[in-house]
Design a protein around this ligand. Structure first.
Ligand SMILES: [Zn+2]
Length: 342
């Protein structure tokens, strides 16, 4: 199997300020371990998304404001999110990576793609840049796909809830948004009773996990809570918000995932779409060593390689999974949706 790997040297120039966790070293460390793969990885250099592609999901006035702020030399957008002079152009390049990956996969260039981008995207809503994110890279790609008539499963495994992605597609029945995340944690959204709305009620699947939850629990919850909805939805594409800040070593969160878990979860998700229809987007991940190890693990899964995973690292909080499944079931029932018996 081959995997397209999209990244760009200009991503390193997005300046978040001194001591910011979302730094250029994140991509440098990923690049430094990539040579571990002898073959199967096909690198490409993304081109920028057009402003039109960005404004398909973001309000035009907001996009213009971010551009203006950057042209004036940059500055803070909120307490966490900062831009420099080049950040607008770099954000277009980040959003362009997914669009390029779509074209390349459609042409049969590889079996899957991983785009190692900065800035990340999943917190960005239609009119707000926040949480280190300027434009929502995965949403821009999903929008391109649904305009072609595709049905898109977005699996967000970042430790933070992808409020922006959820919000953009909350009423869109062509997108199934599934997220595992720590709760409580920034940005505070992603509760189990956030289900989507209108035609898309039930097409937002939130799996909030308490601190110290393992990847085994996350995967078991995905099986119990999301799997049947995914099968019914029948996605034609899988886009993964691949944030690795749920790793137990990550300084910003308290989840207990390991690199093995990112392998298992990625491999699990691949079963739901045809070959050549998966793109993983880098989101968070702030412990550099854990980030590199987790990226390797996700790439191994995308490449279809076997991995010797630690069987003892797979502890599952069965009671928690049962409780979450019951909570979702009753939240759906309150909206008039009855799930078939488990
Ligand atoms: Zn995150």
């Amino acid at each position: 199997m081959t995997v397209l790997f999209g990244t760009h040297p200009e991503y390193l120039e997005h300046d978040t300020g001194l001591f910011h966790p979302e730094s250029a070293s994140r991509l440098e460390v990923i690049m430094s371990v990539l040579d571990r793969f002898e073959d199967g990885i096909v690198r490409f250099r993304p081109s920028p998304a057009s402003t039109d592609a960005i404004t398909r999901v973001h309000r035009a006035a907001h996009v213009a404001e971010i551009r203006q702020l950057c042209l004036m030399g940059g500055g803070p957008i909120d307490a966490d999110t900062q831009v420099g002079y080049q950040s607008y152009d770099i954000a277009l390049l980040a959003a362009g990576a997914g669009l390029d990956a779509i074209s390349r996969l459609e042409q049969g260039e590889a079996d899957a793609a991983f785009v190692a981008v900065r800035p990340p995207g999943h917190h960005a809503t239609a009119d707000t840049s926040m949480g280190f994110c300027l434009f929502n890279n995965i949403a821009v790609a999903a929008q391109r796909l649904i305009e072609k008539g595709e049905r898109v499963l977005i699996l967000d495994i970042d430790a933070h809830h992808g409020n922006g992605t959820q919000d953009i597609f909350y009423e869109n029945a062509s997108v199934l948004y599934v997220s595992t995340h720590q709760h409580p944690l920034y940005p505070g959204t992603g509760k189990i009773f956030e289900l989507g709305a209108g035609d898309a009620t039930g097409l937002t699947v939130n799996i909030p996990l308490p601190p110290r939850s393992t990847g085994g629990t996350a995967l078991s919850a995905l099986e119990a809570i999301a799997a049947s909805t995914i099968v019914t939805f029948a996605p034609t594409w899988l886009l993964i918000s691949a944030g690795f800040d749920g790793h137990q070593a990550d300084p910003l969160t308290d989840l207990g995932f390991t690199a093995d878990d990112y392998y298992r979860i990625t491999a699990w998700a691949l079963q739901y779409v045809p070959k050549g229809r998966t793109i993983a987007f880098l989101e968070g991940g702030y412990d550099l060593e854990a980030l590199a190890e987790s990226t390797i693990a996700a790439l191994e899964a995308l490449l279809g390689l076997s991995r010797r995973t630690d069987p003892f690292g797979n502890h599952v909080e069965t009671n928690l999974v049962t409780t979450l499944a019951q909570m979702r079931r009753s939240a759906l029932r309150a909206q008039g949706i009855d799930l078939p018996p488990a």
